[in-house]
Design a protein around this ligand. Sequence first.
Ligand code: NDP
Ligand code: 8X3
Length: 252
Amino acid sequence: MAKIALITGATAGIGEACAELFARENYNLVLTGRRLDRLEKLAGRLNKKHNTEVAVCAFDVRDREQVISNFENLPAKWKKVDVLINNAGLSQGLDPIQNGNLDDWDTMIDTNIKGLLYVSKVVSNWMIANGKGHIVNIGSIAGKEVYPNGNVYCASKHAVDALNKGMRIDLVQHGIKVTAIHPGAVETEFSEVRFKGDKERAKKVYDGFDPLMAEDIAETIWFVVSRPKHVNINDLLIMPTAQANATTIVRK
Ligand code: NDP
Ligand code: 8X3
């Protein structure tokens, strides 16, 4: 029987690249995100290309009722999730704390921390019932360091770092692996979302150096997930070669 991966935030970027890679590796997929049209298109493509069975769940991860009802309404076979990739997340704005937009703060905290928690609660209980599983939390270099004006986004990713450690302690007795992947700059829709559709400003973030691509992160996640049963990678920081830390990037 094919294994199952549940990927949050599969409509773009890292989540979409993971869906492609796990489909190629013969996984069936539960794909989530708010944009149903993108999820359906991706599901159709993967089914045609790799014969992948896909369950699509369109919901806002901030809405705990939606998270619970969408997952609980899935047929039983989809609850045998082998791999959960907690990827849905975003940044909003890049302002000093004194000028911060309160709605932006709520959006980041509700998505990156509370959304990840709602999903993890449901799926970790499925994994406990199945006696196995692997949770991969997508953190960030922003979860290891703080950079100017990154305040709340960095705090939300530091929370992911802490939750990753906490989950591992709580779930180890159930044979469930827990890993965090912390990327540096990856060229996805991330900066366009951060700058609220300002494509020009978003593009400048990646000017003059080779950023990571979503596929680089998907391959890293695959490496982590495909280790032998007795091996777990707790925590992994992956950067573009031109980026030394959160603030030091060498541009040509
Ligand atoms: P993208 O903007 O390309 O993708 C983000 C994904 O998250 C989309 O599928 C989006 O789906 C989903 N998402 C956002 N908000 C919600 C919500 N409220 N409910 C459900 N789904 C949501 O960015 P990335 O692929 O770069 O980001 C993926 C993860 O990687 C994030 O957690 C991000 O913080 C992290 N990261 C990114 C880095 C980068 O440089 N790009 C570096 C380090 C970490 P939809 O809009 O359809 O709901
Ligand atoms: C996304 C990368 O450097 O903007 O987490 O925090 S960064």
